[in-house]
Design a binder for this molecule. Sequence first.
Ligand code: CA
Length: 240
Amino acid sequence: MISGRILLVEDDPGIRKFLRVALESQGFVLDEEATGRAGVARAATAQPDLVILDLGLPDMDGKAVIARIREWSQVPILVLSVRQAEEEKVAALDAGANDFVVKPFGIAELMARVRALLRSSASGTVPEAEIVRGDLSIDLARHEVALAGAPVRLTRKEFDLLALLARNAGRIVTHRQLLADVWGPAHEHDLQYLRVFIGRLRAKLGDDPAAPRFILNEPGVGYRFLDQAAGLAPRSTGSA
Ligand code: CA
């Protein structure tokens, strides 16, 4: 069982209680704060393995909390957002958060996100030279991709896109992050480039967008390479 220390920054006492019961029953140690300022301070002193951050805090903008924590820490940050706040959620991911759940959320979904983030941060401490998912293997050093043992010919940009997603397996990479990294900051709004290249990549990998094995779409936000434990089903909530 994955365990660890989680910092919860949330001003709603009902949600705090709900999460405390659920997370402690799974063996996690929980620290709680109700404001952004206290959360930033506690992140420094408690050294959590994961931060769960509500974006709607009374004293500070959620993005500012993320930016402050990111000044010194790469701790995984899972944000809690409300359904109407699509732009806020994307901005939080661009500011350095790693994933989100939308309120109201089920505990099974939240626990899947928590475990995936803790796994990816644990494996991220040693850079992998090769990433394997089922019959797909990606050799990051040699820039070689194989599917069921047969080489897959990718263009440079297709490879860069796949490698960026695979290095962040289990985490969302936003449209803007993908575009800025693969095409350069001047192209960070050229969403159509990204759609075309994701489509080509999926075709070459035999990945069906309706039943993805490798690349999951996060509508309105970005893409996610499948977590290694294959525990992340595509979101059932759609893009509403
Ligand atoms: Ca709130």
